[in-house]
Design a protein around this ligand. Structure first.
Ligand code: ARG
Length: 479
């Protein structure tokens, strides 16, 4: 004789008919996601409405059920908006919370909504909708940040500063040129986020739990209503992969890495030992013990938060790597790293757009730093080569000139023609090749202005690069 199953107690979960005992409070809390996935409520409602409308078009759901669902969902959206919606741990996640409330409001129509659908394709759809909005916002913010970079670069297109390799003075560059390097980095970041959005914009709904559904659904019309470019082509893939979230975190980690490098430079530049810039007070804090301190907290935190974002990328890669097909509950763990990544990138870009404008440059300190490192030594070698001396000989001759300048306690660019000739006498053919124009070649301005090829640091070239960038941004905005 088989025992008859007793109906589950009232307190048990939506899916609990099959179970004999309720889960413990700890397990309930451990498995619930509603406290963080409630952020996707708007997307969940949007997806449900598109699903319900398709079911109605396909005659799977009646017109009156649809009207009830639409009415109930409008009320739920309103309750959420006003902060009156009661999120309930017993209902596990955002999807079940909303469905339960809908059923409480409109009865059986609410129970019919889940026809031909599973939480597996539902959640995969919701995250994509959520992330698509987040990416669109991030793309806008990258452009705002790039505009402030270009404005700053334009003001300082002529301003010489030392360019460094190994953190040693290497060759003169303009501050404008230096800033444009970050424009290029973020231009690629923009492309990465755009690519990620494009690959992500496929509709999972219709995959149901994993194998599709027996109802005569019309996935294309749902994709069109929700703004997806296409439908996911394989039901198992649709519900199980989170590669788009990983790609988003990878693009974010790279963007943050770029902003972290800029932060490191800002911190260095504003150190009193370097003194290239000052940062507006609103991005700094004082010390509780040292009254004289002004610390660059905001760029330091950008550098620090980059570690967190890199961690989220690794978390998601690790989350995915051991999962067999198709959906596994592991995937619920994708949301917190993803949300935090989007929040951090968004806040960082917003702060940065303002912070660039808060940089006050100290041109004299930049010039003074340039007058100390023999930054135009390569220019002197290039000069001699252009006059016919083989490069290796020129290199040797200039090394001697640098030594002579060091002995005199001067920068190479400060030697006069006689002193230069004297220094070069040991290398046959070098001294006699020097004419007055050598002094222009080894001056800071001469060095800068000679680098006019595309991608070079000559002020006019920098201005042309800025104009081109502005053009690009104009085009991007128009698309
Ligand atoms: N909260 C779940 C998640 O984020 C929704 C999907 C649940 N599906 C399931 N078969 N338990 O992934």
């Amino acid at each position: 004789m088989t025992a008859k199953p007793t109906p589950p107690p009232e307190s048990m979960k939506t899916w609990s008919g099959r179970f004999n005992e309720p889960v413990s409070e700890l397990v309930k809390r451990y498995t619930a996601s509603v406290f963080f996935d409630c952020r996707m409520a708007a997307q969940d409602i949007q997806g449900s409405l598109a699903h319900a409308r398709m079911l109605t078009r396909q005659k799977i759901l009646s017109e009156s059920d649809l009207a009830a669902i639409e009415h109930g969902m409008a009320q739920i959206a309103d309750e959420i908006e006003r902060g009156e919606f009661q999120w309930n741990l017993d209902d596990e996640d955002v999807h079940l919370n909303i469905e339960k409330r809908l059923t409480a409001l409109v009865g059986d129509a609410g129970k019919r909504l889940h026809t031909g659908r599973s939480r597996n394709d539902q959640v995969a759809t919701d995250i994509r909708l959520w992330l698509r909005e987040a990416i669109d916002h991030i793309l806008e913010l990258i452009i705002v940040f790039q505009h402030s970079l270009l404005d700053m670069a334009e003001v300082h297109a002529d301003l010489p500063m030392p360019g460094f390799t190994h953190l040693q003075v290497a060759q003169p560059v303009t501050f404008g040129h230096h800033l444009l390097a970050y424009y290029e980095m973020t231009r690629r970041d923009f492309e990465r986020f755009t690519d990620c959005r494009r690959r992500m914009n496929y509709l999972p709904l219709g995959a149901a739990a994993l194998a599709g559904t027996t109802y005569p659904i019309d996935r294309e019309s749902v994709a069109a209503e929700l703004g997806f470019d296409e439908i996911c082509r394989n039901s198992l893939d649709a519900v199980s992969d989170r590669d788009f979230a990983i790609e988003f975190c990878a693009a974010s980690a790279l963007l943050m890495t770029h902003l972290s490098r800029l932060s490191e430079e800002i911190i260095l530049w504003m150190s009193p030992r370097v003194g290239f810039i000052d940062l507006a007070d609103r991005f700094c804090t004082g010390s509780s013990i040292m009254p004289q301190k002004k610390n660059p907290d905001v760029p330091e935190l950008v550098r620090g938060k980059t570690g967190r974002i890199n961690g989220h990328l690794i978390a998601l890669l690790t989350l995915m790597k051991g999962q067999s097909l198709a959906y596994n509950k592991d995937n619920q763990e994708d949301k917190e790293p993803l949300f935090d990544t989007a929040d951090t990138v968004t806040d960082t870009l917003r702060i940065y757009a303002d912070m660039i404008g808060g940089i006050r440059v100290k041109p004299n300190n930049m010039r003074a730093a340039l007058a100390q490192g023999h930054a135009t030594a390569t220019d002197l070698a290039d000069y001699l080569v252009k006059k016919g001396l083989p490069f290796r000989d020129a290199h040797e001759a200039v090394a001697l000139a640098v030594r002579a300048a060091e002995i005199r306690g001067l920068d190479l660019s400060r030697l006069n023609l006689d002193e230069l000739r004297m220094a070069l006498t040991q290398v046959p053919g070098a001294a006699e090749r020097l004419a007055k124009d050598a002094l222009t070649a080894i001056s800071i301005e001469g060095s800068l202005c000679a680098r006019t090829h595309p991608g070079g640091t000559a002020p006019d070239t920098v201005r042309a690069a800025i104009a081109r960038a502005r053009n690009e941004l104009g085009e991007q905005k128009g698309t």
